[in-house]
Each structure stands twice: as C-alpha cells, then as structure tokens.
Write a protein that binds this ligand. Structure first.
Ligand code: FES
Length: 279
C-alpha cells in the first residue's frame, strides 16, 4: 500500500468519526428537550423568585451558630441554715477543740507557776527555812558525828570552830550572812557540787565531803581539798532569830577560792572516794 492510499483511508476514517460526533451531539440536545412557554413564564415569575430568597434566608438562619441569649433568672435571697438542724460543723468542732486544748495547757502552766510560787511562799527550797534552835542544831551535828543533813533546805549543817573566826573574817567577811552563821558556830553548805552539780555526801571516816562523781574533796566547812571542782562548796545565808537558825535557801554564796583553808582540818581517816573506800 502506497502513501497516497494510506492518506485517503485516513481522511475517510476521520470523516466518518467526525460524522459520528456530530450526530451524537445532535441527539443529546434532542434528549434534554425544551421547556414550554408556560413553564418558562412560571419560573421567571417575581413571586416565585421572592419565595426562593425566603427559603435561602431561613436555611442560613438555621445554620447560624450565634449564641442564644439566656433568659434572666431571679436570685433567691440568702437565708442562713438553722444551727439546730445542721448540729456542729467540722470547722466549729476543730475551733472548739483548739480553744479547749489551748485553755487546758495554759491553765496547767498557770497552776504550776502558782503552785511553785505558793510553795516558795510557804516554805521549801528557795525560801527561808527555820532549821530549829541553835543549841539543838549543834547537839544534832555532834550526835551525827559532825554532819547534819537538812533535806528541805538541801543543805549540810556543820560546826565552825570559834578559834578560826579570825581567818574566816578575812575570807568570808564580805559575805555577811555566811560569816554571821560562822560567828554563831555553824555553816550551811549547799549539797550541790560546784564542779558539775552532783549531790555531795559526807565521808564519816575522813570527816570531809567527798563527791562520788569526779572525786572532789572538801573539808568539813566546805573548803576545797582536792579534785576538779573550781572552788569550795557554796554557802546559804544564815541568820539567828530569837535563838532559832534561819537558812535562806534563796541566797546562795559562792564557795571559797581554791587554796583556802581557814580551819586547817586535815583528813581524819580513810577517804570514801578513791583507793581506800567508795560510795
Ligand atoms: S560533780 Fe563533784 S566532782 Fe564532779
């Protein structure tokens, strides 16, 4: 087949296809049809157009997301609840419990303070204590082998030798209430060790005071003889009232300095604290 024949066949095929396209388009136009004059007139009527716009407006309003305005509601006036109905609330319970406990604690503390002051006012340690007649006290000291313990005053009573008063005046003269007792023949020594506060007992054999805690030793009138104590035993103020000895346990005077030895009393036997004895 030559080129000319091919071209002729191609043109013929294109012509047939073009004819088919034209015929198909013509048939589709026939299938759609044409509206009648009445119909076209009705579609263009103004009234129909107006109704269409109304429908569209209603549809838009239905799709609207605008928030609805709530209606106002009247607020009811507040009326407090009846306490008898609700009983005791948790807050009331805790408030009352706190006040009760605080009051009880404060009351207990106040009672303790009053009791302490009352005791001091009526006697006991911290107040002036009547120890009894001077002669009876001297006799008591001698019958107890040189030492008389007065528990309510927490004090040891011992004799002070009259022949040592001259030396005593040089050491204790500035502590008038202490020297007054010495002049009457006695000293009142605080039982508390001036080192670290242990109770110091007497030693019947050495006739000294010997502390069991760290071994401090004092002669019979409380002057330091050995151990770690920083001074002699402390003294209470002593006064003589109508022959009675009054010890003021609220007035404590510091013991004599280390090295003081107004009575010259040396150990009269084995010591109670150390190698020869023990408490
Ligand atoms: S407390 Fe008395 S010697 Fe230490």
């Amino acid at each position: 087949m030559n080129t000319t024949t091919i071209l002729i066949v191609a043109v013929a095929v294109l012509a047939v296809l073009g004819a088919i396209v034209v015929l198909t388009a013509a048939r589709r136009k026939d299938a759609t049809g044409v509206l009648s004059r009445e119909t076209r007139s009705r579609d263009t009527d103004a009234d129909v157009k107006a109704k269409g716009r109304d429908y569209e407006r209603e549809a838009v309003a239905a799709r609207s997301t605008a928030l609805a305005v709530p209606q106002s509601v009247a607020v009811a006036p507040f009326s407090p609840p009846d306490p008898e109905v609700i009983g005791v609330s948790r807050r009331q319970f805790f408030n009352r419990a706190t006040i009760t406990l605080f009051s009880a604690g404060l009351g207990g503390f106040g009672a303790a303070v009053i009791s302490y002051l009352w005791k001091g006012a009526e006697g006991g340690f911290g107040s002036k204590i009547n120890a009894g007649k001077l002669d009876d006290i001297i006799a008591g000291i001698r019958s107890n082998k040189g030492f008389l313990y007065l528990p309510e005053a927490r004090a040891w009573l011992t004799e002070y030798p009259k022949e040592s008063l001259a030396k005593a005046e040089a050491v204790y003269g500035r502590q008038a209430p202490v020297f007054t007792g010495m002049q009457a023949g006695i000293v009142a020594l605080y039982q508390k060790c001036p080192h670290l506060g242990c109770r110091v007992p007497n030693c019947p054999t050495s006739q000294w005071f010997e502390c069991p805690c760290h071994g401090s030793q004092y002669n019979r009138v409380g002057e330091k003889k050995g151990g770690p104590a920083p001074r002699g035993m402390d003294h209470f103020a002593v006064s003589i009232n109508n022959g009675s000895v009054v010890i003021d346990t609220g007035a404590v005077f510091g013991g004599a300095a280390i090295g003081t030895n107004t009575t010259g009393q040396e150990s009269e036997g084995p010591h109670c604290v150390g190698s020869t004895g023990g408490h």
